[in-house]
Design a protein around this ligand. Structure first.
Ligand code: DC
Length: 224
């Protein structure tokens, strides 16, 4: 049997609260934080910069293989910066036009293979918390603790809407609803590494929980 790795895996759909929770747990427990969705987003941004159609699979795969992507995480402030070709794109990757195409880009097996390789490199030798869609099932199946965060879809729409509003990005609520439904569908029905709960992951429905309650539940489970 492989020994368990010092990794906490958090998977779940958009708006389930996983980024906020993963960031807070990382800070409280002194873990390195890796946002894997940000990596797929950086690739989607790169494709856009190069005028590559997200459906042009060979071109997207070639981009993924050559991508210059790094993450810098400051354990003290908890700030995560995503660098693409050495430039900070942490904000750009959250734009609605990137969000709209990222799931199409993330469907491809060769793209995923490259991203998983990078995710394992970023986490190598560290105690880390990773969040995404396939962390517990594919990236770190031997993770020490696994969580699947979920919430009813209307609650997830509401959270994403407020989040964008806070960042001063104006997106109508019905666009967010359409985007979340579309991404839920693509992410959970794709052939390669679809979004699903690992059999040994702890399932948390966050619909009626506050963020602090979710953070406390996750920390209690990690320390159990
Ligand atoms: O978590 P997020 O919304 O930033 O993720 C953006 C997209 O990236 C998401 O719609 C699906 C994809 N993704 C993935 O396929 N696998 C991951 N481990 C993380 C994200």
């Amino acid at each position: 049997m492989t020994p368990l790795q010092p990794i906490v895996a958090i998977d779940g759909p958009a708006g389930s609260g996983k980024s906020t929770v993963a960031k807070a747990v990382a800070k409280k427990l002194g873990l390195f934080y890796i946002d894997t969705g940000a990596m797929y987003r950086a690739l989607a941004l790169k494709a856009r910069q190069e005028n590559i159609d997200p459906n042009d699979t060979p071109a997207v795969v070639a981009l993924a293989k050559a991508i210059d992507l790094t993450m810098s995480y400051d354990r003290h402030t908890g700030a995560l910066r995503i660098l693409l070709d050495g430039r900070d794109v942490s904000e750009d990757i959250r734009r609605p036009e990137i969000t709209e195409h990222v799931s199409t880009i993330a469907k491809n097996e060769d793209v995923r293979h490259r991203m998983v390789e990078l995710q394992r490199q970023f986490a190598a030798g560290k105690s880390a918390i990773l969040e995404g869609r396939d962390i517990a099932t594919v990236v770190f199946p031997d993770a020490y603790k696994k969580f699947f965060l979920d919430a009813q879809s209307e609650e997830r729409v509401k959270r994403r809407y407020l989040e964008m509003k806070e960042k001063n990005i104006a997106v109508p609520e019905n666009h967010i609803r359409r985007d979340i439904q579309n991404r839920d569908h693509i992410d959970s029905t794709r052939a390669c590494a679809p979004l699903k709960k690992a059999p040994d992951a702890v399932y948390i429905d966050t619909t009626h929980m506050t963020i602090d309650e979710v953070i406390a539940a996750v920390i209690a489970e990690i320390q159990r």
